[in-house]
Write a protein that binds this ligand. Structure first.
Ligand SMILES: NC(=O)CC[C@H](N)C(=O)O
Length: 388
């Protein structure tokens, strides 16, 4: 519920421009600073908070009912929440759902993540849209003692996502195999036992459901850390290379990820498929450029047009940088655009099975979701094998 008059606020959100919001704290106590974005999805707050692409960001949820279905053991996209904090309109009611294994507030507290409720998220969202994603500090103190000037100073002190290399922070420490497939009725998660393709997936902050989609599309997946070199990738003798989603500025991976991709593509004709950060890094490796957006795309209702079929998909997205379509070199075609702002959402090479999309095909809510992209990747590996 929002604060009632006379109630002492227990959380404070300070923006770098000095704007202050007071509310009711839940989750962990303490202070955190990050870029502040907004997400318009109506469901999936647990997946959103555990999406590694949100490292360095506090998320404002525009949908008011957050926390009402609690948290469960199956919906984490990675072991711990990665988003720095959450801002919501109502503080969560008691969880009500047959899958709930706990309350959102306890779950956040156990994972060191701060949340603030009772915020006019509409006002805040309009400010983010108008002025661009601000830097912010979020504090939760049950005694309600806030040094507002110090919080504004912390918000101003946040270095900003531009130039920030966060993929290295959230990537796996060691390589591992992945065989769990997508959830399906009635057996839930099952294992891939008849894989047809060997795929190396580079983990820049990979979401579990993306790896599940690869397994479901018939891939035997070996996940390698973000710093993997071309030699390390090629040593696995894969049929295809997958580039995952991840946080931070794609241009900051220019010293390791970009040359790795260029060298693999020079040494081999294997299909390459990238999603989100993977899409942006692939574009950089092909010679294009990326730009920081005003407030990015974060939600589950983003219309994207496939320029080759004319079809529009309703997609799930989370990105604050974009590939500059004006910078695409010859031989690289723009395949998808956002119908919100015309920004680039997909590319492919004209003469090789190398393609990528900006959105999250594993989580897009269209009638048949966008799983066909994983099947396209598998089909391109089949084709290379049959041509050989
Ligand atoms: N979802 C992602 O992989 C995000 C990519 C990149 N960090 C961005 O903000 O644009």
């Amino acid at each position: 519920m929002p604060l009632i008059q006379g109630q002492k606020p227990t959380a404070c959100l300070a923006l770098a421009d000095g704007t202050i919001f007071y509310g009711k704290g839940f989750g962990a106590t303490g202070v955190t600073e990050a870029e502040l974005c907004f997400n318009t999805a109506m469901t999936g707050y647990q997946e959103i908070m555990t999406d590694p692409s949100y490292a360095g960001q506090i998320i404002t949820f525009t949908f008011p009912h957050i926390g009402n279905v609690g948290v469960n053991t199956e919906d984490d996209e990675t072991a711990n929440p990665v988003a720095a904090g959450m801002v919501v309109k109502w503080d969560p009611t008691e969880a009500s759902n047959y899958r709930a294994a706990g309350e959102l507030g306890d779950w956040l507290a156990a994972r060191g993540r701060i949340a603030i409720g009772g915020i006019d998220t509409r006002r805040l969202t309009r400010a983010i849209r108008a002025r661009g994603a601000p830097h912010a500090a979020l504090a939760h103190d049950p005694d309600g003692n806030f040094d507002v000037e110090a919080l504004v100073a912390r918000a101003r002190g946040f270095a900003g996502l531009e130039g920030m290399d966060l993929a290295r922070d959230v990537t796996c420490a060691q390589s591992y195999r992945w065989d769990e497939m997508r959830w399906a009725w009635p057996d839930g998660f099952t294992r891939q036992t008849e894989a047809r393709h060997k795929v190396v997936a580079i983990d820049y902050g990979a979401k579990r459901n993306i790896l599940r989609c690869l397994a479901s599309a018939g891939c035997d997946v070996t996940v390698l850390p973000a710093s993997a070199t071309a030699e390390e990738v090629l040593a696995h003798n894969p049929d295809g290379l997958f580039l995952s989603n991840g946080p931070g500025d794609p241009a900051a991976t220019g010293k390791y990820a970009v040359p790795m991709i260029q060298q693999v593509m020079k040494a081999s004709d294997m299909p390459v498929f990238g999603i989100c950060l993977g899409h942006q890094i692939l574009a950089l490796a092909l010679g294009a450029q990326t730009v920081k957006m005003n407030h990015g795309h974060h939600g589950a209702n983003h219309p994207v047009k496939d320029l080759e079929t004319g079809k529009v998909e309703i997609t799930s997205m989370n990105h604050g940088f974009a590939v500059d379509s004006q910078s695409l070199p010859s031989g690289v075609k723009e395949t998808h655009v956002s119908l919100f702002d015309g920004s680039n959402c997909g590319i492919r090479m004209a003469d090789r099975p190398v393609f990528s999309v900006q959105y999250h095909p594993e989580a897009s809510p269209g009638p048949q979701d966008s799983f066909y992209l994983f099947e396209r990747f598998a089909a391109s590996m089949d084709k290379v094998a049959s041509d050989a």
